[in-house]
Design a protein. Structure first.
Length: 235
């Protein structure tokens, strides 16, 4: 059975049938609702299942709602809630962007060395300011400087030198009328088998051990032990 035309309500035969917008039309009845221009399947535009040309196609308009006091209040409330939520999320995520690094033994060792160097530099600057800018009194190098930091004074610089091989203490010689030496610098003993003395002390019963070390007794204190040879001079 042939359908009816949606425009003229007459029977539409297959040779002149146009099927569009869920309806059947005669080719001559498929026209714009406003200007009656004949349309085809390429230039029509449908709105509410009715054909229109491009010029008379209805434009959709949205209803503009005025800014009432209630709408303004809701808008401000929504904005405040957004800011509060942003601050909460920011506080929760604060610090999570950085991964904590475990203190490995190597890192702890480097950190300790840096702290020791800082302490040494601080004491050096302090001594320079304390001396009033005068040039410090030069002392000769300690023969044991190659094994670690030379003990130039008795101040503790919080420095831990590399442990050196244990050296056997030289046997104390019997009292004899050995050579006499006078100390020209202060010296603080670094080991138990060494002896401390001050500038001007007389060292008696001195015996030469090697090119850099001697064995003797400090006449002022009576202590005996090893001492660096370049810290004294013969009398």
């Amino acid at each position: 059975m042939n359908p009816l035309c949606s425009r003229c309500n007459h029977i539409v035969y297959p040779t002149e049938k146009v099927n569009c917008l869920d309806k059947y039309w005669h080719k001559g009845c498929f026209t714009c609702e406003v200007c009656k221009m004949t349309l085809n399947m390429k230039n029509y535009k449908g709105f509410e299942k009715r054909p229109y040309c491009n010029a008379h196609y209805p434009k959709q308009s949205f209803t503009q709602v005025p800014d009432t006091p209630e709408n303004l209040r809701l808008k401000e409330q929504t904005k405040n809630q957004s800011q509060v939520r942003y601050k909460e999320q920011f506080e929760k995520s604060k610090g999570k962007g950085f991964s904590s690094v475990a203190d490995t033994p190597e890192q702890q060792r480097l950190k300790k060395i840096q702290e020791q160097f800082s302490m040494v530099k601080y004491h050096e600057e302090h001594e320079k300011r304390k001396a009033g800018g005068d040039a410090p009194h030069h002392q000769p190098s300690n023969p044991r400087a190659g094994a670690g930091q030379p003990p130039a004074s008795c101040q503790n610089y919080n420095y831990e030198p590399t442990p050196e091989p244990v050296r056997q203490a030289a046997a104390a010689p019997p009292p004899s009328a050995g050579k006499r030496y006078r100390a020209v610098y202060d010296y603080c003993a670094a080991d138990d088998d060494e002896v401390s003395f001050m500038d001007g002390d007389v060292i008696v019963d001195v015996q030469q051990i090697d090119e850099g070390w001697m064995y003797g007794r400090v006449e002022r204190t009576g202590q005996m032990g090893m001492l660096p040879a370049n810290y004294v001079e013969a009398i």
